[in-house]
Design a binder for this molecule. Structure first.
Ligand SMILES: [Zn+2]
Length: 77
């Protein structure tokens, strides 16, 4: 067995605990961030023909209005 001073052992114990907490924090933070982004990743569209507001998951191209079918660009704030 190797001899380790008490201060070094305490430092390794605290550093290991802090590392585990930071690792779990990062893992669950990124996982929840992806989950939340997927749920709220909708884009808002305003139909200039009938005046209806609607949302759609894809915002990279014009989406048809569910009421009249006119294709509108998404709103940009
Ligand atoms: Zn419309």
């Amino acid at each position: 067995m190797f001899n380790l001073p008490l201060e070094a052992f305490a430092f390794l114990l605290v550093a290991g605990g802090v590392g585990v907490v930071l690792g779990l924090w990062g893992y669950y933070g990124s996982r929840d961030g992806r989950f939340m982004y997927r749920g709220r990743a909708t884009h808002t569209f305003y139909c200039i023909k009938c005046g209806r507001l609607y949302t759609h998951r894809r915002g990279d191209r014009p989406q048809p209005c569910p009421q009249c079918g006119f294709k509108n660009d998404r709103l940009k704030f």
